[in-house]
Design a protein around this ligand. Structure first.
Ligand code: ADP
Ligand code: GLC
Length: 479
């Protein structure tokens, strides 16, 4: 099959979260299965600076954007996995420091930026050879593509993957002219939602198939608690919605071969994990210690349950427990966390920023990873943590519920510590369970071994996507 992926992130060239890792791994896994896959992204500044063998093509595409008629030159390059990537060059939109806006904020012209990108995607698809049969679209930034394909009766099938329902690309109705769609599309049957343009709703209504990134999240988003207002829209279309669990790319995320780690280790030879723990301590200015080390590596947003963490800091610090946080995002959470680090400088360290090498050192050096997410579509960090032998303490939701099994002390089995209610007391109780296992070295070692042997391969996910593509090509559009 011939596939074109459209998205706004791609590791390691443009990344704010897990979407980037999916774009780096899934096309490569599909190609190993014999398919032809290319990707299209905006030519963000970070991509311009880092993508090898990037060069301009002769192709210039023009799309109406309200009263304007802007053009974009298409550039081309290859990822380090040799996947072909097309880039949409529009300097005034994409040559900026951040992808979406400074931490905690959105750029004011995001409607123009991503409507334009979405308009270029189907135009480009007509020029790509071999011609793609399926456009596989990711998150709201590409949400208008299924609408444009349907409205223009273009010869593509569309699969839209929801990586996070909380980000919907909602813009006031006054921006509707920027879509250049006929007025009747601004209606409840179209892309309008509560008098706003809603790009995610547009994709839910107009794409041929919908997936999300774990089976549990596919169910959850059809309920009011997790539906972010769109539960009913999704329930009405559940016939075309399914959940496919993401994988972990173990050629990049494995302590046996991670080039960014100062020392390698494995399930059978875990000694360097202990040395990595000492390195983490030294790096944040502490004397190394044998007490349990907790880490949090995350975007600092409401989704990630930061308030719960702030509330249980005393529980973590008991028995000399230590916490290292790596993250950036909402300035309010950044400040609160930095406040803790000032107050408890011997047991809490906070590094604000995006730092891939430090993230990997933490995964290697910590004993436990905290993911108290209020919701988690899939979560890749816990998959990486498992492989690095860092036991996740996580809320039982979405992909966390699908990938972690809670430690059962009687059976001596499990890979992490799950808690259900999104309240501090439940999280604190899970931390206590974790510390109890830590105090019992044979159990702790057994658990770590089980965690490190988990396999969440992209091959399995790619096979599941392949089935959907096949059905899309075999049958009529679903909606
Ligand atoms: P989400 O996509 O919601 O952010 P995931 O768990 O799917 O959550 O993916 C997060 C990815 O981003 C992981 O690869 C994680 O290591 C990485 N990450 C998150 N915050 C940082 C940070 N501050 N520095 C480096 N890597 C980070
Ligand atoms: C989103 C979700 C995260 C998921 C990632 C990749 O950012 O928040 O749970 O792992 O997308 O699909």
């Amino acid at each position: 099959m011939n596939l074109l992926f459209a998205a706004t992130e791609l590791s390691p060239y443009a990344k704010t979260g897990g979407l980037a890792d999916v774009l780096a791994a899934l096309p490569a896994a599909l190609r190993r299965r014999g398919h032809s896959v290319a990707c299209v992204l905006p030519l963000f500044r970070s991509i311009r600076e880092t993508l090898p063998d990037l060069r301009p093509t002769d192709l210039v595409l023009t799309a109406p954007l309200g009263a304007g008629l802007p053009s974009a030159r298409i550039w081309e390059g290859h990822t380090d996995r040799d996947i072909r990537v097309f880039l949409v060059e529009k300097e005034e939109f994409f040559d900026r420091t951040y992808l979406y806006g400074p931490p905690g904020k959105d750029y004011a012209d995001n409607a123009s930026r991503f409507f334009f990108f979405s308009k270029i995607v189907p135009l480009l698809a007509r020029h790509v050879r071999p011609t793609p049969e399926i456009l596989h679209l990711h998150d709201w930034h590409t949400g208008l593509v299924p609408v444009l394909v349907r409205a223009g009766r273009l010869p593509f099938r569309t699969l839209f993957t929801i990586h996070n329902l909380a980000y919907q690309g909602s813009f006031w109705g006054l921006d509707f002219p920027l879509t250049n769609l006929p007025p009747d599309y601004f209606s409840p049957a179209g892309i309008e939602f509560h008098e706003h343009i809603n790009c995610l709703k547009a994709a839910i209504v107009f794409s041929d198939r919908l997936t999300t990134v774990s089976p549990r999240y596919a169910q959850e988003i059809q309920t009011p608690e997790f539906g972010c207002g769109l539960a009913e829209v999704l329930r009405e279309r559940k016939y075309k919605l399914s959940g496919i669990l993401n994988g972990a790319d173990y050629s990049r995320w494995d302590p046996r071969n991670d080039p960014l780690l100062p020392m390698r280790y494995s399930a059978s030879e875990p000694d360097a994990k202990r040395l990595s723990k000492d390195l983490v301590a030294k790096q944040v200015g502490w004397v190394p210690s044998g007490a349990p080390l907790f880490c949090l590596i995350s975007r600092l947003t409401a989704q990630k349950g930061i308030p719960l963490l702030l509330e249980i800091i005393d529980e973590i610090r008991k028995e000399d427990g230590r916490l290292v946080v790596l993250g950036e995002g909402d300035p309010h959470w950044q400040e609160s966390l930095l406040g803790l680090a000032r107050e408890f400088s011997n047991s809490v360290a906070v590094h604000i920023g995006f730092d891939e090498a430090f993230a990997r050192l933490l995964l290697a050096g910590a004993d436990f990873l905290l993911m108290p997410s209020l919701f988690e579509p899939c979560g890749l960090t816990q998959l990486y943590a498992l492989r690095y032998g860092t036991l996740p303490i996580a809320r039982e939701t979405g992909g966390l519920a699908d990938t972690i099994t809670s430690w059962d002390p009687v059976a001596g089995q499990g890979t992490g510590f799950l808690f259900q209610a999104p309240v501090a007391s439940a999280f604190a109780e899970a931390v206590q369970r974790a510390k109890a296992v830590y105090r019992d070295p044979p159990s702790f070692r057994a658990m770590r071994q089980q965690a490190m042997r988990q396999e969440f391969s992209w091959e399995r996910s790619a096979a599941a996507y392949e089935e959907i593509y096949q059905r899309l090509l075999g049958g009529a559009a679903a909606d």
